[in-house]
Design a binder for this molecule. Structure first.
Ligand SMILES: Nc1nc2c(ncn2[C@@H]2O[C@H](COP(=O)(O)OP(=O)(O)OP(=O)(O)O)[C@@H](O)[C@H]2O)c(=O)[nH]1
Ligand SMILES: [Mg+2]
Length: 194
C-alpha cells in the first residue's frame, strides 16, 4: 500500500465528535508511552502528524487520521499512566470504552506492547474485550531496537502464550530501525479490501 494522503481530521472528547461517515477504522491502543503516536507517524511516513509525547499521557482525546481517503487510523489515549489522578484515569477508561462500544466502523485493532515489558492487566482487559466483541486484532511489540533477536523471540513466545494467539498475529516493530512497517501496512490493506 502506498500512503498518498494522511490528514488529521480532529480529536473527539465525546461521542458526538466521532466521524459520521462509514469509512472503516483501525484503532491503535496500548499503555501510555508505548509508542502509539510514533507508530502512526512512522507507518504513514509523516514526521509530526501525531504528537509524540515527551511527557507520557499526552494523547487525551481520541484522534482521527484519515488515510488515502479510504480508512481512519484512530489513536486512542494511552492507559495505565501512574501519575494521573483517579478521576483522570476513569475519564480515559470511559473515553476508550465509549469509542470501542459505539463505533460501527471499527474493523481491526492494533494492541501495542513494549517488547521489553510484560502485558499489563489493562492489556489483558483489552484482549478480552476484543474477543468478546469479535473484533480482529493484532499485537505490535514496540521499541524492538531495544532488544536483541533472541530477546525478541522470547517476547513473541510470551505474548502468544499470554493471549493464546498464534505468532502470525504478532508484529515486531521499531520506529528507530523502521522494521514492521510493511506488516502493518498489510493489515491496513486487509481492512480496506473487505
Ligand atoms: N527506541 C525507541 N523509542 C521509541 C519507539 N517508538 C516510540 N519511542 C519513544 O517512546 C516515547 C513515547 O512515544 P509516543 O509515540 O509518544 O507514545 P504514545 O503511546 O503515543 O504515548 P501517549 O500518547 O502518551 O499514550 C517517545 O519518547 C518516543 O520517541 C521505538 O520504536 N524505539
Ligand atoms: Mg500518543
Amino acid at each position: 500500500m502506498k500512503i498518498k494522503t494522511a490528514e488529521f481530521v480532529g480529536s473527539a472528547f465525546n461521542e458526538s465528535q466521532y466521524p459520521k461517515d462509514k469509512i472503516p477504522q483501525i484503532a491503535i491502543v496500548g499503555k501510555s508511552n508505548v509508542g502509539k503516536s510514533t507508530l502512526i507517524n512512522t507507518v504513514l511516513g509523516r514526521k509530526n502528524l501525531a504528537k509524540v509525547s515527551s511527557t507520557p499521557g499526552k494523547t487525551r482525546g481520541i484522534n482521527f487520521y484519515l488515510v488515502n481517503r479510504a480508512f481512519y487510523i484512530v489513536d486512542l489515549p494511552g492507559y495505565g499512566y501512574a501519575k494521573v489522578s483517579k478521576e483522570m484515569k476513569k475519564q480515559w477508561a470511559y473515553n476508550i470504552e465509549t469509542f470501542l462500544n459505539t463505533s460501527k466502523n471499527l474493523k481491526h485493532a492494533l494492541l501495542l506492547i513494549d517488547i521489553r515489558r510484560e502485558p499489563t492487566e489493562d492489556d489483558f482487559m483489552m484482549v478480552n474485550w476484543f474477543s468478546f466483541k469479535n473484533l480482529p486484532f493484532s499485537v505490535v511489540l514496540t521499541k524492538a531496537d531495544k532488544v536483541n533477536k533472541s530477546e525478541a523471540n522470547k517476547a513473541i513466545e510470551n505474548i502468544c502464550r499470554s493471549f493464546n494467539i498464534s505468532s502470525d498475529r504478532v508484529i515486531v516493530f521499531s520506529a528507530v530501525e523502521k522494521t514492521g512497517i510493511s506488516e502493518i501496512l498489510r493489515i491496513f490493506e486487509g481492512v480496506i479490501e473487505k
